[in-house]
Every structure is written in C-alpha cells, then in structure tokens.
Ligand binder design. Structure first.
Ligand SMILES: [Fe+2]
Length: 155
C-alpha cells in the first residue's frame, strides 16, 4: 500500500448520496472492495420502499425509531436494535420520528439501481487512494449525523 493511501475518515466529511430522492433520504457511503457501509438518515415521516437485493444487509439503529418491514413482518425498531437482512428478503420501512443508523452491505450493493451505481451517478465514489470527493449534493437533512458523531467524540 502506498504511503499516501487514506485509512482514516471523518464520517461527517463523507459526501452525501441520495437514496430515495422523493423522501429526502440520504446517506454517506464508505466503500471497500468487499464491504459497503451506509451512514443513513431518514427524516421524520419518510418511507423507504420495499425492495430486495442479493447482498446481505445489517441495519444498526442509532437514533430514532422505524416501523421496519422484513419478510412480511412489521417490527418496531429503536436505537440499540439491529436487523439482519439475508440476501433476497424483501424489506423496507416507515419512520415517524426519523432515524439515524448504519447499514452494512456485504458484498457491496452493485447492479442496476444499487448503491454502487448511485455513488457513480452522484460522483461520490472514492478514488484509487481511498479519498472521497467533497460534498456536492444539496440535502435538506442538514444536521446529518452530527449529533451521533459529536457523541462518539465525547466517549
Ligand atoms: Fe436493503
């Protein structure tokens, strides 16, 4: 690895990628060869449409709540809950309070409409040194993750 390879990131400096434009759901991706991390925030009242993908997904709820739907089950999720999504299982949800969380995708969610394609569309892919572009996407979720990051720094 080169000495100028980037290894450490500040979450609040990662660029925004819109996930569900009409619901103002955005995220900040961190992408490696085999894993994709999504620091996601859904504003109050947002619905994440039901969908499925081949890759596995683990959602860690950090703040807020969501009425999560997975495989036909509706489950109230709140901070401290973790949901495992095997590949190919239909899932989505609606949040009344808004929520912040971390999604882990393994392998990265590729293919048409997938998260890697979204990163390409919005110009948020890292370069060969692992550097991300500065944020260029306008978002109505201006406080994105700052509260959580501030809390982490106080620990
Ligand atoms: Fe998903």
């Amino acid at each position: 690895m080169a000495k100028d390879r980037k290894y450490v990131y500040k979450i609040d400096e990662l660029p925004f990628t819109p996930l569900v434009e009409e619901e103002n759901i955005v995220t900040q991706f961190l992408l490696t060869d085999n894993v994709q991390i999504s620091f996601i925030q859904n504003p109050p009242g947002a619905t994440f449409p039901l969908h499925t993908h081949d890759c596995e997904q683990i959602l860690i709820m950090l703040e807020g709540t969501e009425e999560h739907i997975i495989d036909g089950q509706e489950i109230h999720m709140e901070a401290g809950d973790v949901c495992v999504h095997p590949g190919g299982v239909v899932h989505g949800g609606k949040t009344l309070t808004g929520f912040k969380g971390i999604d882990i995708f393994c392998p990265p969610r590729t293919g048409p409409g997938g998260h890697v394609e979204r990163m390409e569309k919005y110009g948020t892919m890292p370069n060969e040194k692992g550097e991300y572009p500065k944020n260029t996407v306008e978002t109505k979720v201006a406080t994105w993750f700052k509260g959580v990051v501030e809390s982490m720094r106080k620990m």
